[in-house]
Each structure stands twice: as structure tokens, then as C-alpha cells.
Design a protein around this ligand. Sequence first.
Ligand SMILES: N=C(N)NCCC[C@H](NC(=O)CCC(=O)O)C(=O)O
Length: 444
Amino acid sequence: MKHFEANFDGLVGPTHNYAGLSFGNVASLNNAALVSNPKAAAKQGLQKAKALADLGMIQGILAPQERPDLNTLRRIGFSGSDAEVLRQAAKTAPALLNACCSASSMWTANAATVSPSADTRDGKLHFTPANLVDKLHRSIEPITTGRILTATFNDPHYFHHHNHLPEHNSFGDEGAANHTRLCQEYGHAGVELFVYGQEATNPHAPKPLKFPARQTLEASMAIARLHQLEAENCVFIQQNPDVIDQGVFHNDVIAVGNQNVLFYHEQAFLNTQAKLDEIKRKLDTELYFIEVPTAKVSINDAVKSYLFNTQIITLPSGEMAIIAPTDCQENPAVYAYLNELLSLSTPIKQVLYFDVKQSMQNGGGPACLRLRVAMNEREVAAVNQHTLLTDALFTRLNTWVEKHYRDRLSTEDLADPQLVIESRTALDELTQIMKLGSVYPFQR
Ligand SMILES: N=C(N)NCCC[C@H](NC(=O)CCC(=O)O)C(=O)O
């Protein structure tokens, strides 16, 4: 049977904006006052997704969430008509209104952790939506994320959907951004790497001092249990707290893996050598550990360029390619490193650059925009086929974006009641295009 790794990219929602909501995420804070362009953001994301589909990859799309989130605003005491709720919130609690308007569900690397059927005891593909408790604007995502995932991977014979973990800091879970999988072939049992920032229940364990560690060991271990993984197929690695304090808020800002390649910065982890040895012991295949030294790329350059927030993909030819943001081309040290990488004897043979600046300005690179799902051909056939990116869907979605999205949005615009109407009209049409059913609160 054939096996693939599909990428499901988050479609950028109509309220994409820069509100400076993510403490510890340097780009989000630095670009807080910018005016965004939701139309350009959605089109940049679709272009990247289409390019991967054109390379012969299986490419899916995950629908965005309903924003402004009026349900949450009502839950915290704002009342009256939709316009009145927005007006009161803008006047008395603008930070809460901003949190309820973020299009942050576009970063689907944070949608869920996914374990392919080759790794799980029941032979099903497991999904656990991330609870994202560290950030208010993200903590309101998991319920609708679960509905969208269930509508996308909608055959219970193949797909097992779990609830998100308990909503407490002890179980802070950021999904696939802190998880990667190494394997020989996508369809063979692999080793799942869970990278956590902090051990919540051990006050003596190392942790960052300045910025939050969003993922806990307790959450990672809970996911491994839920997904029915064998201990022999899991490795738990602590992120280096010093780099979290330099803006590495997720592991996918400092490391990325694909099949037998782990590409990471020298300073990414704690106890690196012991952990690499454990991976070697648990995965009996030829492994490429590509460690980037600080002398070639500083942490600052890695965070600015998102060198490690690249996607490493295996092309149908068997060669690997890196999907990088154009910001990597614009950073001399990083660009030089990527050119040098192509001359080394590793499976990575090409680098392809994409302009995803609208997302980058909020701290989301190419890898943040996608959820990876390794599947066999039967599982691919069991996916809701209207979510897979064909030429027709690409054209349809571009037309849809063109029709419904604004090309300019500032945080002042978030209180505009017209934005609620525009967003709901767009999403209602989208659920019909992608045959998702009633996944949004306004449809239920
Ligand atoms: N690394 C991965 N996988 N994802 C990146 C997520 C970026 C996102 N930014 C934001 O949510 C900024 C929103 C704002 O400031 O308006 C976050 O910090 O959670």
C-alpha cells in the first residue's frame, strides 16, 4: 500500500490582523500596530499550498474559525445585539475584543497533534486538538478545531478524534508545533518526538525565566497515552529554556524533522547528545542529524528568518525539498547556510522560497501554516475529498477570498459590526464549498 505525508494548510480567516497578542513571540509584539491585508494573507497561503499540490504532494485545506467570537464575548458578560456587544467590548475591554477577533487558527501546526496509524496500537490515525491555554486568543480555538478536524477526517473507521486536554497550565499543549516524527518510510512505525518547554509538576526542573514555556511534559505524555503509542516509539525532549527566552516560543521555530532527517539548531534542546542517542536506539534506520551551529546562524537570525520553520517535504521523486519563507533569502547568514546545505550529502536537494509575509509578521512561517498528516492510500480516500486542494478548489477559494475579504484591517476596524456579517457570510459559503456541515457557532 502507498503512503504519503499530506499537509493541511490553514486558510487565513477574514479578520487576519496584528494585535500583538502573543507575549514571547517577537514578531507578534514588534508588529502590533501594523495594518494587515487579510486578502493578501489568504492568497499567499493558498499560493504556497497550491505550489505543493503542483509538486505532486497531497495538500488539504483546513477552514478558519468564526471571528469575532461573539459567543466568548457574551460568555464574559457583554450583552445585547451583536453590534452592542462589539461596541461595549471596544469601549471597556479592547484587549479582550482583540483576543476574540484573531485569525490565529490559520496556524494549523497548532491545531492538533497527529499520530499516524502505523504508530498506534489500534491502527487508527489519532488527533488531539491543542488546548493552547497559554494565550487567551488561542485558548478559544480547540472546540471548533475539533469540529473542523472531524468534518475533514470524517470516517470513524480510520480516524480517532480525542477531546483537547484539560484547560490548565499543567497541560499546556500547542499541538504539532512541538511534535515531529522520524521514520524510514511514512507507512512504517516511526519515533514520535515530543518537545516540551517545561515540566509543570516539578518545581525544580529547568524552565525559561522571561517568556512562557507553552508546552508541558505532562501534556506531551498525555497525548502519547491517548494516541496509544508504545514507549519504545516515543522520545520526550526538553527545549532549551534559554532559547525560549530569546523568542523561540514553539519547537518548530528551532527544529524540524522529516522521515530520517532532523534539522535543528545547536542550541535547540537540553541534553542533545543523550536524546539523539535515544532516537538512534529507537529507530533502526540511517539517520541524518543536521545540526546548525551558532557560528553559522545565530538564534536571532533563526528567529528573524524562520530558517527552522521551514517544511521539509519528500517529493514524489524521493528527494527532499525545503519550503522556506522569502525572509530566509533576505538574511545573508541564513541564505548562505541554505546554499551550503544543498552541497552537503543529505537527502535535501532543493530549497523553494515563498512569500508568506502577512503570516510571518505575526510569527507564523510556512511550517506554522500546515498540519502534517501521514496517511496510507485508504486513509487518503477516507478524507472529506472537498477539503483536498485541486485546481478547481484553488480557483474557487481564490474567487471566494476576492469576493469576501478586505484588503486592509486595523485593530480599530475589529469593532465594526459589518465585519461580523462579512465573516459569517464568507464562512457559511465556505462550509458549503468544503462540505463541512455546521461547524461554526453561528450555524448551530
Ligand atoms: N510556530 C507555530 N507553529 N505557530 C505560530 C503561531 C503564531 C501565533 N501568533 C499569534 O497568535 C499572533 C497574533 C497577534 O499578535 O495578533 C502564536 O503566537 O501562537
